[in-house]
Design a protein around this ligand. Structure first.
Ligand code: BEZ
Length: 257
């Protein structure tokens, strides 16, 4: 694991209750997954298991994998009949190959420097005609939010780095092609995403996902930073009592070759 990995203390209950859009929107990318009944499917970064359960509904044998024990505990409680395991996507090393690997909203948490290792690890975990289907943050994802944090940092003498991997289609599909995949579909699209929580929606999002973005700021300045970011984004990201995050998604289907 590299040291510049975006870290996050995952709050599984908050994720399920206040940020359900993460898996609700994920149902679109699920439609790209082509699997026959009985197939073996790995759900990488399964979180609290909602999409793992949707995959299981297709009568396949699905395994949900996540790095967060808190998420896995909630997934196991919610879906006791399903299999959830702890693991690192960069080091899958499976005994029996999977027919498909699926991933929603996880790949951007893996540092750019580790993306090749991740692609190779997924390829090695797949059967020769297996399918890798994923959606995650693409180039420009949450650019407004990151920009506002950066501006706030500049004003306070603090440097804020974008901790996530948000590639262009060209960058990511090239990477897949050099690691044993043929990319048969890729798209990058805007998906403005209303945040739950009314006037607190943006700070809730930052508290849930923004540990790495916020770590540069002293803890006792957090409230002022939230207020400053809200002020910077109010005209563009807030309307009728709802904050909207400027999400951009990259979706792809890649076949193992
Ligand atoms: C995303 O799903 O695009 C995302 C979520 C949390 C932080 C950054 C990006």
């Amino acid at each position: 694991m590299t040291t510049d990995e975006p870290t996050n203390a995952w709050d599984a209950d908050g994720y399920q209750d206040g940020h359900a859009f993460v898996f609700e929107y994920g149902s679109g990318v699920l439609e790209l997954l082509e699997v026959d009944p009985g197939a073996r499917v790995l759900d990488l970064g399964c979180g609290t298991g909602e999409l793992t359960a949707a995959i299981a509904d297709r009568e396949v044998c699905v395994v949900g994998m996540d790095q967060s024990e808190a998420m896995l505990e909630t997934a196991r409680e919610t879906y006791p009949k399903l299999q959830f395991v702890h693991g690192d996507a960069r080091e899958l090393g499976v005994d029996e190959p999977f027919d498909a690997v699926f991933s929603n909203a996880m790949l951007h948490w893996v540092p750019r420097a580790d993306q090749g290792r991740l692609a190779a690890s997924v390829r090695a975990a797949l059967a020769d005609d297996g399918q890798f289907v994923a959606e995650f943050g693409g180039a420009g994802n949450v650019g407004g939010i990151v920009g506002a944090l950066r501006a706030e940092g500049t004003e306070r003498g603090v440097e804020v780095d974008n901790p996530w991997y948000f590639p262009t289609i060209g960058e990511h599909t090239s990477l897949l092609e050099t690691h044993g995949f043929e990319v048969v579909y890729a798209t990058l699209f805007d998906r403005p995403t209303p945040l739950e929580g009314g006037a607190d929606g943006l700070r809730n999002w930052l508290e849930m996902f923004g540990d790495s973005l916020l770590e540069a700021f002293p803890a006792d300045e957090r409230e002022e930073v939230y207020a400053g970011v809200e002020e910077r984004l109010r005209d563009t990201h807030y309307e009728d009592g709802t904050w909207t995050a400027d999400y951009r998604r990259l979706r792809f289907v890649a076949n193992a070759v």
